[in-house]
Design a protein around this ligand. Sequence first.
Ligand SMILES: *Cc1c(COP(=O)(O)O)cnc(C)c1O
Length: 234
Amino acid sequence: MIKDNLDIVKENIINACKKVGRNPDEVTLIAVSKTKPLCDLQEAYDYGIRQFGENKVQEMTDKHQQLPDDINWHMIGHLQRNKVKYLIPYVSLIHSVDSLRLAEEISKQAAKENKVISALIEVNIAHEDSKFGISENEVFELVDAISKLPNIAIKGLMTIAPYVTDPEDNRKFFRQIKKLSVDIAQKNADNIRVNMDVLSMGMTGDYMVAIEEGATMVRVGTGIFGERNYNAKE
Ligand SMILES: *Cc1c(COP(=O)(O)O)cnc(C)c1O
């Protein structure tokens, strides 16, 4: 079933790209495997998936230890500063940086391991109280401040759009984020420590619209692994 779902998602990505004349190679599919058992991740891995997204440090670290080494692990959930150190040795991209204090901790821990950690700034584009992320007018200042830290590199923006039944309702938000990233890239054209190559936006309900509006990473969970049960123990 996971294989069939992956076929469908990949096909949808190709079609969304076709619609707007994009090259499907520009879009990275991140399989969001939170709450799912190892056997599900292994099945996706065996079918070629190498990008996995998790939202809890402990769960991601456990899975990282038990699965093959050539997986890229994406932290997509809210990150507490005291847990950053556990991720540094292996994380591929942190999507959810939303404060200078968090960025400082990432840079500090990365320095200990002689690493530069890639990160995205999480923007709460719809200003939902329930969501983390900063508002778009705070972004420039935060990017500025983070770009002075030696062991963290800003690669782009991430957003979690509202939960909607009609994905078209989120098009305006995706468009806003894209525009914001272009503005930031322009303003930082001379800053080698900032680039805006990555736009992480779009989930199961709206990734096709997100791709049409410029997403370079889509985070798909339910569409690959099925519904999550938060009460069940793995
Ligand atoms: C859970 C989650 C997803 C995947 O959501 P689906 O609707 O299951 O595709 C994507 N991004 C973030 C940040 C998540 O927490």
